[in-house]
Ligand binder design. Structure first.
Ligand code: SF4
Ligand code: SF4
Length: 186
């Protein structure tokens, strides 16, 4: 087994290892499908009770300045009032900023900041940290109620964010998923 193959067995990665995530996610497509089916049996409030402390611990444990992958690969959604704040901090006039850096999704009407990587990112740090959009503050969206109803977006973030990867892998243990898989084999 090669060193890289060994790496794909891991259940926890460091912030700087975010580039492993697409491959790890691909290798676990079937396992994650089964896990999400298994989660359907757990009541939503119970799942939140189990997931919140795990997510909090993993958020604490990761140094985002070693990663910044969300700021490199996602366009944050914006509230309309946030556009003016960002324009002010960009050094551009509002019209130019909007024309160059804001687009609105036709079907949802949601505003997004572009391009990727984010124009406010410098050396893995947000240069407007104190006034960053709510979407950026909330990412990776694990401390909200109703995890069970957001599994599709969680799975997407599993390929991007070490916090989400580590949280989901820990949840496979905490929820008893691995144990029941073993029981089924036996
Ligand atoms: S939130 Fe996730 S993707 Fe974003 S910088 Fe932190 S670890 Fe990386
Ligand atoms: S505004 Fe800051 S936190 Fe949000 S994507 Fe840009 S660099 Fe990242």
């Amino acid at each position: 087994m090669s060193a890289f193959e060994v790496k794909t067995q891991v259940r926890r990665i460091a912030a700087a290892e975010y580039n492993l995530l697409p491959l790890l996610a691909k290798k676990r497509t079937e396992e994650n499908l089964q896990f999400f089916r298994y989660l359907q049996r757990i009541p939503a409030t119970k799942l939140d009770e189990l997931a919140m402390p795990v997510a909090s611990r993993n958020i604490e444990a990761i140094d985002c300045t070693q990663c910044a992958n969300c700021c490199k690969t996602l366009e944050p959604g914006l509230h309309e009032h946030e556009i003016a704040v960002l324009a002010k901090h960009s050094g551009m006039d509002s019209q130019t900023f909007q024309a160059q850096h804001i687009h609105r999704e036709a079907d949802t009407g949601i505003w997004f900041l572009r391009p990727m990587p984010c124009l406010f990112l410098r050396q893995n740090r947000c240069t407007i940290y104190e006034v960053r959009p709510e979407c950026c503050r909330d990412y990776p969206h694990l401390l909200r109620q109703g995890l069970k109803f957001r599994l599709r977006s969680v799975l997407r973030n599993y390929t991007i964010c070490p916090i989400v990867f580590n949280t989901l892998e820990e949840l496979k243990m905490v929820t008893g998923f691995f144990q029941q898989s073993e029981d089924q084999k036996g």
